[in-house]
Design a protein around this ligand. Sequence first.
Ligand code: HEC
Ligand code: HEC
Length: 241
Amino acid sequence: MGVRGGYVAFGLMLALGACAGEQPPPPETSAAAVPATEALALQLTTEQASGKVVFETMCWTCHGSSGHGNGPAVQATSVSRPPDFTTGDYPRLTPAQLQARFAARSHPTMTYIQSMLQPEVFQAALAYVPALGYPAEIPGSAIGGAAMYALRCVGCHGSQGRGDGPAATQLTVKPADFTQDTLIARRNFEGVFRRIKEGGGPVHGSAMPPWGVLFSDAEIWDVVAFVATFQPGSVAARPVP
Ligand code: HEC
Ligand code: HEC
């Protein structure tokens, strides 16, 4: 095992230790405890919140749980590949705009899906789609990235992204504080993507693991989308429903 391998193993050990040992901090529930930017990324209307349940029950099989259009039914069968909801204008639409546009277009595969649900249930699932693609500047889903962050990143980077997770005190090179991060401030999201994919070992001699060994590029974009929301002003606000 070379030097790089050593850092990698060390980083993963810490990451696993942080997850397996003590319980990670419980997800914040009170509105006051969640910083404004995080609330913005994850905030849903009542209709979107019920649509999320539908999406994660049946739509994800084709669209993927983060909306990339890469669900298991598409990968395993001859279903045609749906659009990627994290790109194009999907994240910029209000729920009402997406619902109106959907009604005006024809969708060969979706006609069948639509026939299986109560109209208001289907409309709620549509309303969730723009929230899933947020933020528009990044080809990833902050909502999708939030779940990955809670599992893999919070131990070092902390629940508010300030680089102060429970494992941070054990590290000589401190985890990045995403509220201050310069790559995010410059909106160099490609740079953030590469740092997450390649890790910190070879560059900074840090414990930041090279996540490319575990995550697909689409998943890495999701977590880029999420960490960008920790820094106020780095991504545009969600359109008001
Ligand atoms: C069997 C696979 C499959 C499932 C399940 C599925 N979709 Fe789709 N979806 C597609 C495909 C394929 C397209 C591309 C258009 C078409 O062929 O109908 C699409 C397109 C869309 C579009 C884009 C429409 C546009 O004009 O931009 C939206 C929005 C959408 N689906 C929402 C949903 C929602 C909400 C659900 C769950 C209630 C869902 N889909 C379930 C396969 C699926
Ligand atoms: C074992 C601790 C650890 C874990 C787990 C960890 N990181 Fe890091 N991370 C670091 C350290 C230390 C740095 C600062 C040094 C560096 O950049 O290499 C860092 C730096 C970064 C940077 C670079 C910021 C910049 O501007 O250079 C990004 C982005 C990042 N981490 C994202 C993540 C994401 C996303 C996850 C979860 C998938 C994660 N990290 C998990 C320790 C960790």
